[in-house]
Design a protein around this ligand. Sequence first.
Ligand SMILES: *Cc1c(COP(=O)(O)O)cnc(C)c1O
Length: 221
Amino acid sequence: MSIATQLASVQGTIPEGVELIAVSKTHPVEAIREAYDAGHRAFGENRVQEFLEKVGDLPKDVQWHLIGHLQRNKVKMVVGRVALIHSVDSPRLLEAIDREAQAKGVCQDILLQAHVAQEQTKFGFAPQELKEYLQSFSSEEHPGIRIRGLMGMATFTFDEQQVRTEFRQLKQLFDWLTGTGLLPTDQRSYLSMGMSGDYHLAIDEGSTMVRVGSAIFGTRQ
Ligand SMILES: *Cc1c(COP(=O)(O)O)cnc(C)c1O
């Protein structure tokens, strides 16, 4: 099946109000171009180097999303060039993004990555850590960034119930943080969760942004 066909079939399963980020990592510019020509604009990359190699070869109105772990020494290369950084997983990274954005005179939209999965390897703030961090956070002191919501991942497992439970925990955390005003709601806020294998479950559990790669572009090498 062509990329345009697969894109259309994924789009067909996504309800209104949920944004689709087409995750193009490891796929060539031609593949992204095919989805672009079909009308899609939001693409996700997980590595800065790969993003930099692709960005110049694609139209300016592509809306890039950085979804992978970001090292502080690479912050310079993405701030102001991506629509949304999903993977802000530590206070130090947030501070680095804020400083760089202020230096560039821009305001960078970010998501805070929350960690609910069982796996040790997943980056992000534990729920309690996130609550405490946001309770002491001052947006006036961080004019370079705008926190637009949360991103999270479920454990990589075939246990559907576990995946569902983890998405539910993320949604509850998101609702609590927006309900208490710790996450600002003056603009639309996002809950980024769900990938090719689990985005249906994520949407069921309240996701508003899904990051789908292989279901659109095919399996990665
Ligand atoms: C690769 C990746 C995705 C997409 O994964 P697929 O299974 O190909 O849909 C989503 N989110 C993150 C953070 C990723 O690294």
